[in-house]
Design a protein around this ligand. Structure first.
Ligand SMILES: CC(C)(COP(=O)(O)OP(=O)(O)OC[C@H]1O[C@@H](n2cnc3c(N)ncnc32)[C@H](O)[C@@H]1OP(=O)(O)O)[C@@H](O)C(=O)NCCC(=O)NCCS
Length: 309
């Protein structure tokens, strides 16, 4: 009874906060529409037939008339029916892979569990024609031409980001691009694809030793045991998405600019960018050979000047 009342109070508070947030953005930021966003995406170089892996900040775009769903539609307009979209639909109870592994009785259920990745991923997940991969921590949602192929095998993949994962299949798509809408080079999952592909050869021991099996239900309600290996928390502390690693975000931004791989522009009010997936991957591999990874120390960054061929 008391729990129910607490839950209701929490939901009401969250709804009030959300409404206040929207009001603030509506009053303080330039207004943008689906059509304007689609035109900006085209100007940035997003083309019909592209397959995009999108990381986003909704409020950085300005006040979007029609909310997050209008951004979803603008992305669909930009890539067209021959294109595809992928967005993170990660559900991370406890906030990390390790915390999810430590939870007793956790069973991922795509019908019950949403995503913790922000307002655009939430709206995308709930929108028409979207497929969702089955994974206890790093589920991915996809729309468009390759949606089935990109998502259908994640629960059978031996690692989160490796063979048969959406990332590994995404790299193989023609016109595959990683798109950042109003975000830095920090919250970009694509980096981990190289770590899983290189395994022990990757210069940093990113993972804990033990692989756990986490339970998931698929869309038909069948149960799967999915292998998940937590990140080593000490290593994750020095990663590019950690608030204290502005130096790494800046290095990667300037390095990918210097390599001619990062295309920059404006979408709505947001500084945005894209990088071709294969070029991204190959360059990360070259950087790793020079000991520059998303975990590099200030000394390791200083030892490799930006733009070195
Ligand atoms: C963390 C992160 C999501 C925060 O960005 P954000 O814009 O504050 O959050 P969301 O995208 O969820 O959007 C919610 C915000 O949009 C605002 N908003 C609501 N309706 C809106 C509208 N119609 N137009 C514009 N903004 C709107 C909300 O008020 C809220 O802002 P508030 O928290 O200040 O109230 C972003 O910085 C980020 O890291 N994105 C990448 C996430 C990711 O892909 N992670 C995986 C990689 S490891």
């Amino acid at each position: 009874m008391l729990d129910g009342a607490r839950r209701a109070a929490r939901a009401a508070l969250q709804a009030w906060r959300r409404a206040a947030g929207v009001r603030h953005v509506r009053q303080s930021r330039p207004h943008v529409t689906r059509a304007a966003l689609a035109a900006d995406l085209a100007r940035l170089g997003i083309a019909p037939g592209d397959t995009l892996f999108v990381h986003s900040s909704l409020k950085s775009l300005g006040y979007v008339e029609g909310g997050a769903l209008a951004v979803v539609h603008a992305l669909q307009d930009a890539v067209g029916p021959q294109g595809a979209l992928l967005l993170p639909a990660y559900y991370l109870p406890g906030g990390t892979v390790r915390a999810a592994c430590a939870m007793q009785d956790y069973v991922f259920d795509p019908r019950r569990h949403g995503t913790h990745m922000g307002r655009l991923p939430e709206a995308f997940l709930a929108s028409a024609g979207v497929r969702r991969s089955i994974h206890p921590t790093h589920s991915v949602s996809a729309w468009g031409r390759h949606a089935d192929a990109l998502t259908e095998a994640h629960h059978r993949a031996p690692s989160i980001f490796g063979v048969d994962s959406p990332w590994q299949r995404f790299i193989g798509c023609e016109q595959a691009k990683v798109l950042g809408l109003g975000i830095s080079m920090g919250p970009v999952t694509f980096y981990h694809a190289l770590e899983d592909a290189m395994g022990e050869a990757f210069p940093v021991p990113v993972w804990e030793d033990k692989t756990e099996l986490l339970a998931c239900l698929d869309h038909a309600g069948r149960r799967w045991e999915v292998p998940v290996r937590p990140f080593d928390p000490a290593v994750a502390q020095r990663r590019i998405d950690h608030p204290g690693r502005g130096d790494l975000r800046d290095y990667f931004h300037r390095e990918f600019d210097a390599a001619g791989l990062r295309i920059n522009g404006q979408v709505g009010d947001a500084a945005s960018w894209w990088i071709p997936a294969q070029g991204f991957y190959d360059h990360l591999r070259r950087l790793a050979a020079d000991n520059v990874t998303i975990y590099a120390s200030a000394e390791e960054l200083a030892a490799r000047p930006i733009g070195r061929a």
